[in-house]
Design a protein around this ligand. Sequence first.
Ligand SMILES: [Zn+2]
Length: 545
Amino acid sequence: MKKHGLSIILASFLAFVCSMAMAITSPLSEVKRAKAERAGRASSEKLALITGNEELLNQTERVIFSKSGETVLSICGNFATERGDSDEERVRNFLLQHGSVFNIARSGDNLSFIKETCGGGTRHLHYRMQAGELPVENSEITVRLGKDGQIRHIDGSFPEIDNFNSEVRLSSAEAVAMAESFLKLEKKRSNTNSEKFISVRNRTASICYRVLIPARKPLGDWEIIIDARSGEEVSRKNLLIFYEGKGSTYVSHPLKCDISVEALPQLIDGTLKGKFADIHNDETANASSSDGVFVYPTHNLHFNEGMMYYLVNRVHDFYAGLGYDRLDFPIKAVVRFDVLYDNAFFSVLENAMYFGDGYRFNDMAREESVCFHEYAHAARHQIVKLKYEGEPGAIDEGQADYFSASLSDDPVIGEYIVNKMSKPWLRNLTDQNRYPENLSGNVHEDGKIWGGALWDLRQALGSRICDKLVLASLYYLVPESNFQHGLNAILLADENNYGGSNRDKILEVFGKRGITTADSGRLAFNQAHLRQMRRFNELQNPVSR
Ligand SMILES: [Zn+2]
């Protein structure tokens, strides 16, 4: 029954298309295709249809073409209609009479009246192309009437179709299962829905399922189009609407600046969860705001949440600017963790950051360098799982301090949090710690050597090159990497990104910190070492060479 209906419509499509010369329209939803589409010139055939009809021409005030120039986007004027039993019938007759202007088939089989609406002081009649019960996407034509009931605007055209694949091989449930698997759906917020419709690509119509997935992971209101015949994923869009709110924060920390109100970008749902940060409060309910305003005084339990949202987005943007995308999801950050907890940490098991409000320390959530440091651990963790002990642990701490300091353009880490203990800072990357004399076995202490060397390198190369180099070097590390290996990683990153042009400066900077490409021959050997060893062996065992 339905197939029969479709084939009649297909026949009328073909009849219509054959009567037309060249013309092509791409559905608006196909962003990729739209990009490739040439910015067109108004179709001369379509213009001729209007200019060649004296009555229509006399009534037309303006014509606007779609971006491609191939179809009419809007015609304004004062169009007389013949009598009809209803306004809808009058309008339908007018549309059919001038069908070729709007790509409407002569028979009118595919012209479906959808509804009449009121708004802006007049009535609007909505039509679309339909095959049987299935709507054709991006085929809306809306006719707007004047006070006198005559047609003033006709907005939209039908797409042109040469071929129609009416075959359906997938059930709705199968399409849903495929879309969820293509998305790598881990968790839903509520149920997935699907609807059948006709998609038009390259003048070919085919039946598709529009699968709508409200997902928690990956976060989004996903619209995935699945071809009902081939099961192919036609397109994917995230319909989630992000909005910008604002919140009170310290841009750096209370010793350096006053509170200011800053933009909180890409919020989603009235809480401090956005595209790249998901903030939780361990002491009280999470902050919420219907208008996106999270402005609180410092004694309010929610102040830290707004500040953390601001900071996480800033550090996300910093990494994004370096071409990094592995934390392009709302990373969880918990403030007011535990009771008077004196630390902040990144949890590898949860991929989440935690910030105590401090007892001996000042509040960990109120200093930008603490957040940036923890985030750097998170960013590094997505690249290489360094062991959190010995030299690999020190490399991790050093790079976390480095990125934190580079982003805030200040080598001092933890200035505010230790102020309560009358100390000037927690760590300072201008300290001249050296390898191996200052090794202590503590990852934070030993991290000062590595972080200090990276800061020296930034002084030598400039922040832009150094940030990229240090980030790139993380991809060359292994979980057990020691300082020598870390230096090799930076040299190779330089070779692969800057043609090795910074090699001498890198060796000089690290050399001053006591870190060279080879140690004295205990665990690491340079070529000279290896040649010496070979000569020694030859002298020892001249016969067996
Ligand atoms: Zn750390």
